[in-house]
Design a binder for this molecule. Structure first.
Ligand code: NAP
Ligand code: F7E
Length: 348
């Protein structure tokens, strides 16, 4: 992929160490981009999801570069953006856990709302010298206590958590920067998307990790909260292609990415445990700790606009998604079982 000057395109990704950031980095490298990512300093390594694509930056053929930074540090973001001069900026960084946002509302707003504004400000400054494009990771959580079903780009927002309120702020600022400063800025309103790289405290991955450990005798019970909520679950790898397509289009706009199907947590449990020839009702118990002060009961997206304008469609069904996550996690559990057996042998 080349820019207007005929050089390979350069992209900057915030949240590159997360689920989506890692898949997007892979896609952009495949498309020939130079990819820069912002990584938070941590006392333990937090780059597991991208270690397989990282090469020594001193190598002449290196195309992935990492920089320390934080969304709450606007000066640092501006310096990075002005130095790197990316053709495209993908703002995927966020405190992304809805339940945690009730415990840490102020931090969630600083990262997810003000952090997005910091990215837009940095982009606005670069855009005065050189055109740049911004993708903002907006969320179906903004629909909250939904006012219509299915939800489209025109459905009003009714957020139900500090996380969702922060994302609504970031959504509107993205539209505002598009109108006020003529910045090429797009919101992807993405419905839940999962993968073997999903954080282990989100419900799908929590289920597939636990079910595979139960299958191998490493765990006895799985404690969950509300099993009746319905979600429109897609595969993260399909969704990062949609993000990229938004920034390749002639004009900036906002798009829903979804599958158009919705399932309860119970149905996801069915798909997972059936694939392992187990019955989840023998293992799952409720723990009120996982209930939320306010819940989003039903999400179901209509992705017609993305299909018609961008040619984007999801390729993976919820059942296929559950199965591919189980297959991956079963391998992890097998390795864990082998390590446990070796450790037992050493102590015998
Ligand atoms: P994720 O796995 O939780 O990744 C979040 C990323 O943000 C991580 O790289 C994290 O770094 C980084 N981050 C957190 N706080 C930061 C800070 N203060 N400064 C810089 N980076 C920070 O999330 P994801 O599932 O990939 O989602 C990507 C984006 O899409 C998020 O903005 C999320 O809110 C949004 N979204 C997700 C979904 C979904 O279903 N997955 C749906 C709609 C929208 P560490 O690795 O150091 O923690
Ligand atoms: O919860 C219920 C929970 O945490 C899904 C984020 O990526 O998608 C994600 O947010 C549902 C909720 O995802 C447990 O109450 C039951 O109804 O996997 P989740 P989420 O809250 O939908 C949106 C689109 C984003 O933007 C977010 O960044 O599952 N549930 N029992 C549980 N959820 C969790 N986490 N853990 C449980 O034990």
């Amino acid at each position: 992929m080349s820019n207007a000057s005929g050089n390979p395109k350069t992209a900057l990704i915030t949240g590159i160490t997360g689920q989506d950031g890692s898949y997007l980095a892979e896609l952009l490298l495949e498309e020939g981009y130079f990819v820069h990512g912002i990584v938070r300093r941590s006392s333990t390594f937090n780059t597991d999801r991208i270690d397989h694509i990282y090469t020594d930056p001193h190598n002449a053929d290196a195309r992935l570069f990492l920089h320390y930074g934080d969304l709450t540090d606007g000066q640092n973001l501006t310096n990075l953006v002005l130095n790197i001069e990316p053709d495209e900026i993908y703002n995927l960084g966020a405190q992304s856990h809805v339940r945690v946002s009730f415990d840490n509302p102020v931090y969630t707003v600083q990262t997810t709302a003000v952090g997005a504004l910091n990215v837009l400000e940095a982009a606005r400054q670069l855009n005065r010298k050189k055109p740049t494009r911004v993708y903002q990771a907006s969320s179906s959580e903004m629909f909250g206590d939904v006012l219509e079903t299915p939800q489209t780009e025109k459905t009003p927002f009714q957020p139900q958590s500090p996380y969702a309120c922060a994302k609504v702020y970031a959504f509107h600022q993205t539209v505002n920067y598009r109108h006020a400063y003529d910045l090429f800025a797009c919101n992807g309103i993405l419905f839940n998307h999962e993968s073997p790289r999903r954080g282990e405290t989100f419900v799908t991955r929590k289920i597939t990790r636990a079910a595979t450990r139960i299958k191998l005798g490493l765990q006895e019970k799985l404690y969950l909260g509300n099993l009746d909520a319905k979600r429109d679950w897609g595969y993260a790898k399909d969704y990062v292609r949609g993000m990229w397509l938004m920034l390749q289009h002639d004009t900036p706009d906002d798009y829903v990415l979804a599958t158009g199907e919705t399932y309860t947590i119970r149905q996801f449990l069915d798909y997972t445990f059936e694939h392992l020839e187990l019955d989840w009702k023998d293992y799952v118990e409720t723990d009120p700790r996982y209930f939320r002060p306010t819940e989003v009961d039903l999400l179901l997206g209509d992705y017609s606009k993305a299909k018609n304008v961008l040619g984007w469609e999801p390729e993976t069904s919820c059942k296929e998604l559950a199965q591919l996550m189980v297959d991956y996690d079963l391998e992890l559990a097998r390795n864990e079982a082998v390590r446990a057996t070796i450790a037992q042998g050493k102590s015998a």
